[in-house]
Write a new protein. Structure first.
Length: 183
């Protein structure tokens, strides 16, 4: 059960609350004479490192044939914990639209509920390409928001669009499974 891919997903879960804390506590740097941008750099570095584990845990699991049921649960959970920690932290400090974050959270909860039902019925719940693109778009938007780069808000709303699109695609596939009598 505990293999390298699952350990990488677990590491992502551990980094998420620490990154959240860094986002919310810029005084860690400013009280010690550093510019606020060091807070952005450090939070971004943590986010990039954690995001890289997302690629590597999936790659290693497939290439080394180490895919497990635990990994199927940990990987999407770790993704959500990381992205939601960043999004909520950014929203709390006024760097991300509350509406955008609300839409993303509602979609994630809704699709997680559907995935839970699908798993209980023995259906395949692998992420679609749209879901993978959505995750990458969210991660890019988070990076831009953390660094206060231009077009960060535009990228956030593009990620919201992809989040909704992938949710509808997943819902449509689930509906098709229901119509086939799979559930």
């Amino acid at each position: 059960m505990l293999n390298l891919p699952n350990a990488l997903a677990s590491l992502r879960i551990l980094i998420a609350p620490f990154m959240f804390w860094i986002i919310l506590n810029p005084q860690l740097f400013t009280d010690n004479g550093f510019d606020i941008t060091w807070n952005y750099y450090f939070a971004s570095l943590l986010f990039v490192l954690a995001s890289a584990t997302d690629f590597f845990d999936g790659y290693i699991a497939r290439e080394w044939n180490q895919m497990t049921m635990l990994g199927a649960i940990l990987d999407p959970l770790a993704d959500k914990m990381l992205t939601l920690a960043a999004f909520i932290g950014l929203m709390m400090i006024g760097e991300a639209s509350a509406w955008a974050i609300y839409i993303i959270i509602v979609r994630e909860l809704f699709i997680t509920g559907i995935r839970t039902v699908a798993v209980s019925e023995g259906l395949d719940v692998k992420a679609s390409w749209a879901g993978k693109v959505k995750t990458v778009a969210q991660m890019i938007a988070i990076g831009f928001l953390l660094m206060h780069w231009p077009f960060a808000d535009l990228l956030l709303w593009f990620a919201v669009f992809l989040t909704l699109y992938s949710g509808f695609e997943y819902l449509w596939g689930f509906r098709a499974s229901l119509q086939k009598g799979s559930i």
